[in-house]
Design a protein around this ligand. Sequence first.
Ligand code: CA
Length: 219
Amino acid sequence: MRLLIVEDEKRLAVSLARGLTAEGFAVDVVHDGLEGLHRACDGAYDLVVLDIMLPGMNGYRVCAALRAAGHEVPILMLTAKDGEYDEAEGLDTGADDYLTKPFSYVVLVARVRALLRRRAGAGSPVVTVGSLRMDTAARRVHRGEEEIALTAKEFAVLEQLVLRAGQVVSKAEILEHVWDFAYDGDPNIVEVYVSTLRRKLGTASIRTMRGAGYRLEAL
Ligand code: CA
């Protein structure tokens, strides 16, 4: 899952990005509202964390502009504690949720995951494909009774396939949602992760659709 953080407090932005990256998210950071709007309009993001007081364009306007342009990406707004900014106003402009600063990192991650689940239309964090069971909240994967140990990145790649099980997911889509824009390495890295996942899950599970991508089938 790929996240965009629009936050001008650089230390906060960097520490959020570091924490979320360690959990397997691909994270891009910008410090300016206008740049945030442009990036968010690219449409590759699964969620945007949006501060309100920003140079360039404030968070309310970024949010309203995104919604006016028809983008439905979930938006988690960060509001200041001083009450100068009204949470209701944030929700009115189309934000999906808000957090008041200072907030606990654990709460932020829980809200991010809840919004991503809601967006995927999944009421439960547990997704089952055949004998494969993925708990997107606890970050655990089981095949039958056996737990499969995955790295954060392996989990993120598998998540893309699980959430669209039975459909073809292109290599570009996986790359876009699992790696951030700072990644300028070989796009074939996706193949490396898929072959590791095959080894861990069982070879027949992830089919290569020649020239199109991959498809996860029930195990
Ligand atoms: Ca700010």
